[in-house]
Design a binder for this molecule. Structure first.
Ligand code: ATP
Ligand code: MG
Length: 334
């Protein structure tokens, strides 16, 4: 298939093991998009410093995320894979965009307010300017599409704001990037306890990781919150039951979901059976990816070459952007 010219950019923070939310919100789209667009996928190590200042596990997590990228089907011959800190042009652009981002709007960002509650002892300036760094990741490649989950929607809006502000202030350099999902609506994979989304660094027992072994997947699914069942026919599903059905939609066959939906409406649903079915379908989905990633992770040299070559390719495009940026800003003096 010949590719469309549009540029795609997205990334994952190396803050822990990847989970079902990362797969369905992000990776699944990456894999499909690499055949259709000019794709750049990176590992957001600088972003992880805003919440994870301890760098001891960073290298391992970078290798792990790269292994899962490849195990999910990303092909370094079809897309560019690189590590964020290997592309210093991003941090230069971050500095310029910081001058166009206002304290008030940054303080209003939902993820910032959430993190302030989570880590009141470490409300650093990097955390406040997280959306500016994310805008730089996207704008450095002049990307049009950004495959992300629903939690990133607001950051994308801010990216458009910063890009437009730059264009108005200094001249047209950046296109307007859009959040992207093949299923049209952006996805939020809920956590098993019904409180929020699955996450790498929060809520670990309510998150299914792609690295979880089969028994752990079964254990976590069986613990998901349910109740004694509906009390009347065709009742409305409580939130935590809607979440379980949402999880089924990711890995179960449509007829399985229809059956349990009908059982729910007829008040004959047996949540124990439903969860067993869901657990087995999760195991069937996750175990091949996990085993592939394990094998890929063993060849550290191959992984490092992929990231190094990727960084060189990313730098070619980023340098073109920075040339335009410096020119537009009048920073090319001689
Ligand atoms: P952390 O807790 O460290 O922030 P995370 O799980 O939120 O980890 P990120 O690295 O922040 O993962 O995000 C990587 C990508 O995965 C983003 O595109 C994000 O929108 C997507 N994503 C993360 N969690 C979910 C989820 N539960 N459902 C759908 N998409 C998700
Ligand atoms: Mg996150």
């Amino acid at each position: 298939m010949s590719k469309k010219g549009e540029i795609v950019l997205s990334g994952v923070r190396p803050t822990g093991q990847l989970h079902l939310g990362n797969y369905f919100g992000a990776l699944r789209n990456y894999v499909k998009m690499q055949d259709e667009y000019n794709c750049y996928f990176f590992i957001a190590d600088l972003h992880s410093l805003t919440t994870h200042p301890d760098t001891r596990e960073l290298r391992e997590h970078i290798l792990s995320v790269t292994s899962y990228y490849l195990a999910s089907g990303l092909d370094p011959d079809k897309c560019v894979l690189y590590c964020q800190s290997d592309l210093p042009q991003t941090t230069e652009l971050y500095l310029y965009l910081n001058m166009l981002a206002y304290k008030g709007e940054l303080e209003k960002t939902t993820t910032f307010k959430d993190k302030v509650k989570l880590q009141p002892e470490n409300v650093n300036a990097g955390l406040l300017t997280y959306p500016v760094l994310m805008a730089s990741d996207i704008l450095i490649h002049r990307a049009m599409y950004v495959p992300v989950g629903k939690d990133q929607e607001q950051h994308l809006e801010m990216t458009r704001t910063f890009g437009n502000r730059f264009n108005h202030r200094y001249g047209e350099v950046f296109p307007e990037p859009k959040a992207f999902n093949y299923g049209a609506q952006l996805l939020k994979v809920p956590s098993l306890d019904g409180a929020g989304k699955m996450s790498k660094s929060e809520n670990q027992y309510a998150t299914i990781y792609l690295s979880d072994d089969d028994d752990l997947i079964r254990k976590k699914v069986m613990k998901a919150k349910t109740d004694a069942g509906p009390t009347g026919p065709n009742s409305e599903k409580p939130d935590y039951i809607v979440n379980i059905f949402d999880l089924m939609k990711l890995v179960c066959a449509p007829e399985v979901i229809e059956k349990y939906d009908a059982d729910f409406n007829a008040c004959t649903i047996r949540y124990g059976d439903l969860k067993k079915q869901l657990a087995e379908d999760m195991v069937r989905f996750i175990s091949p990816i996990r085993e592939k990633a394990k094998a890929i992770r063993e060849d550290e040299r191959a992984l490092s070459i992929i990231l190094k070559v990727g960084a060189q390719k990313a730098a070619e495009n980023a340098e073109k952007t920075m040339d335009m940026v410096r020119k537009a800003m009048g920073l090319k003096y001689f």
